[in-house]
Design a protein around this ligand. Structure first.
Ligand SMILES: Nc1ncnc2c1ncn2[C@@H]1O[C@H](COP(=O)(O)OP(=O)(O)OP(=O)(O)O)[C@@H](O)[C@H]1O
Ligand SMILES: Nc1nc2c(ncn2[C@@H]2O[C@H](COP(=O)(O)O)[C@@H](O)[C@H]2O)c(=O)[nH]1
Length: 237
């Protein structure tokens, strides 16, 4: 029997990549988690544009594309960003074109961005965006991590912590919340989310035992379990 393309069930058609957005306060460990989580995976990590100065050891085109405010503004005017935001005195943005190309060829895409930009992605991409808020165990631990990383002046650390207090209060806006206390446990949570979201693209009767386990684990990370009081406790701790 010959089959017509339109007769191919949707789930057998080429899979579109997942768009996973990691967000959360500066210094919570997004980059550290991402490196451990994505090592060995063929995932497209979006390199952002920024107007901030490169830190020692950061490479242009790898860690960020470092640009002047004028070049950044020109890209904004050309509608070249999926999202962009100002963060403690500098601009940051996600170039749109490589993201759409990766998703169309079936490659998963990971963004690592602050909260205002993540809200823009949510508004623009709707349910396609899998938004994951990375939560610090406490604000005291977040301060310890920012101080330990030693990339910011004391004044800039205070500004980032002030912004963190606002960002943490927005956590319930995102689909999942992963607490980055124990690094391995947090990475395992991110893997479960990725596997569970992939499984959603196929009928449930085709799920493997691993898919089912991932779904159960991912359900424990849904943000609706968090109350405002829970978020306030983190901010005050
Ligand atoms: N689970 C963890 N336990 C202890 N320290 C951690 C943990 N995760 C990350 N760190 C440390 O916290 C510091 C900040 O981590 P990282 O640079 O990955 O944060 P980030 O969220 O990517 O920051 P930014 O948003 O500013 O780029 C680093 O020194 C890192 O080694
Ligand atoms: N909205 C966006 N935020 C971004 C982007 N790239 C990085 N970031 C976030 O900015 C802060 C500060 O970063 P740092 O490198 O100066 O410490 C942090 O939360 C990053 O995740 C982006 O393209 N858009």
């Amino acid at each position: 029997m010959t089959s017509h393309p339109s007769a191919i069930p949707l789930h057998h058609a080429a899979r579109r990549g997942l768009l996973i957005v990691m967000t959360g306060a500066s210094g919570v460990g997004k980059g550290t988690l991402r490196e451990q989580w994505l090592t060995g995976q063929d995932v497209f990590y979006s390199t952002s544009w920024t107007t901030r100065e490169a830190r020692p050891g950061e490479r242009d085109g790898v860690d960020y594309v470092f640009v002047t405010p004028a070049a950044f503004e020109a890209k904004v005017m050309a509608d070249g960003f999926l999202e962009h935001a100002s963060f403690v005195g500098n601009s940051y943005g996600t170039p749109i074109e490589p993201i759409e190309a990766a998703l169309s060829r079936g490659q998963d895409v990971v963004l690592e961005i602050e909260v205002e930009g993540a809200m823009q992605v949510k508004a623009r991409m709707g349910d396609e965006a899998i938004l994951v808020f990375i939560m610090p165990p406490s604000l005291t631990e977040l301060r310890r991590r920012l101080e330990g990383r030693a990339t910011e002046t004391p004044e800039r650390i205070e500004k980032r912590l002030a912004r963190a207090r606002e960002e943490i209060r927005e956590a319930h806006e995102f689909r999942f919340v992963v607490v980055n206390d124990d690094l391995d446990r947090a990475v395992e949570g991110l893997r479960a989310i990725q596997t569970a979201e992939r499984a959603r693209q196929i009928p449930e009767n085709e799920w493997t035992p691993e898919d089912r386990a991932a779904r159960l684990r991912a359900d424990t990370l849904r943000s609706y379990a968090l109350s405002d009081a829970d978020l306030q406790r983190v901010v005050e701790s």
